[in-house]
Write a protein that binds this ligand. Structure first.
Ligand SMILES: CC1=C(CCC(=O)O)c2cc3nc(cc4[nH]c(cc5[nH]c(cc1n2)c(C)c5CCC(=O)O)c(CCC(=O)O)c4C)C(CCC(=O)O)=C3C
Ligand SMILES: [Fe+2]
Length: 337
């Protein structure tokens, strides 16, 4: 018996026109404690790009690549796509799947790490979408966090090397690698991985980000100094979020005489708006102001190793394939990472 009859990519969603920006942001921030000024500011990031987030096209590209890789590898599952905050909405996709006769779904979230926002929020949205459908809602299993899969790490290695190569030789020698991830509230970070797990002050999320950074650096041509930084903070200033911010850290490094940084967005799977604005516009501007070199490595996107990872993960769930994992972090409590 085949355990699943469909594959589902679950992503964040993003606007694809100016009139969609505000309704999208309202969906994202409903019931969350985000100041209005922050919302207006984030809206401007989208308007700078004509109101179009790159994330939906990136999902379409990934789905096309996954579909090809499935058929090349004899995986006979139809591929669906549903978003948490914009069309195609997860609820609508799940309804369409039910109408197509789908009973059991294997779902991949477009986020690699363990924390509420990257994992639990997806689980809660799946539960909500299923509840809306009632009795005959398809069952959905969410594929494990994949931060430690070689197919996630390998593209980051290749893309980091390409960025180092793009720096002038004199800057490359003293360059600092800054591995950048989405900041989250300290309280959310501490809870990631479950209580009392000994992952340190930034919880499992912080430990996993540090681990992936190390896994990438271990695979470069030589040892580079590196550290983890955070970006895209929101929330009221009174609430502590993970630090240091990428821009603040660049300022300190420039003052210490570091000639260049390579920013590796290892907290993300594609170059969506948080990467395109917060790194390619804002952090790049900071580097220019500071007079230091700046390169930004690509995220995994549709790198062939990343696409094969999806096929490999499907085999973990359908063919009893042993999980491929790098590093040696303990698993979280109550999580299948
Ligand atoms: C950990 C994490 C990821 C990575 C894992 C994953 O992918 O899930 C991620 C991804 C993304 N975040 C995105 C966009 C936004 N995130 C926001 C707000 C927030 N993100 C948070 C965390 C994360 N976010 C948090 C703790 C908040 C505060 C509100 C809350 O507690 O829930 C807001 C509201 C405004 C603002 O505060 O910036 C926006 C617009 C987009 C789409 C980009 C595009 O359109 O291309 C993507 C892929
Ligand atoms: Fe976010």
């Amino acid at each position: 018996m085949r355990p699943y009859d469909a594959f589902l990519l679950i992503s964040f969603g993003g606007p694809e026109g100016e009139d969609e920006v505000i309704p999208f942001l309202e969906n994202v921030t409903r019931g969350r404690n985000i100041p209005r000024e922050r919302l207006a500011e984030v809206g401007e990031h989208y308007f700078l790009f004509g109101g179009v987030s790159p994330i939906n096209q990136q999902c379409r590209d990934l789905i096309a690549a996954i579909t090809d890789d499935f058929s090349a590898n004899g995986i006979d599952l139809p591929v669906y796509w549903g978003n948490r905050f914009w069309a195609p909405m997860l609820t609508d996709t799940l309804a369409a799947m039910r109408d197509d006769g789908v009973r059991r779904v294997l779902a991949l979230p477009t986020s690699a790490y363990c924390n509420w926002s990257s994992r639990t929020a997806y689980e809660e949205d799946i539960a909500r979408a299923r509840a809306a459908l009632g009795e005959d809602a398809p069952e959905v299993d969410l594929i494990r966090p994949f931060y430690d899969h070689p197919g996630f790490v390998e593209p980051l290695v290749e893309h980091t090397l390409a960025s180092l190569d793009a720096l002038p030789e004199d800057q490359r020698r003293g360059a600092r690698l800054l591995f950048s991830a989405h900041s989250i509230p300290m309280a959310m970070a501490q809870e990631s991985g479950g209580p009392g797990q000994g992952f340190g002050p930034a919880g499992a999320y912080g430990a996993q980000l540090a681990e992936v950074a190390r896994l990438v650096v271990d695979r470069l041509d030589r040892e580079y100094p590196f550290e983890v930084v955070y970006q895209s903070r929101s929330g009221p200033p009174s609430q502590p979020w993970l630090e240091p911010d990428v821009n603040d850290r660049m300022e300190e490094l420039a003052a210490e005489g570091v000639p260049a940084v390579v920013v590796v967005p290892h907290g993300f799977v594609s170059d969506h708006m948080e990467v395109k604005f917060d790194l390619d516009v804002e952090a790049r501007e900071t580097a220019q102001k500071l007079g230091i070199g700046y390169e930004r490595a690509l995220s995994p996107g549709t790198h062939p190793a990343f696409v094969s990872m999806v096929t490999d993960l499907v085999r973990e769930y359908t063919g009893g394939k042993e999980p491929r994992k790098l590093g040696a972090l303990p698993r979280c409590a109550g999580c299948d990472c």
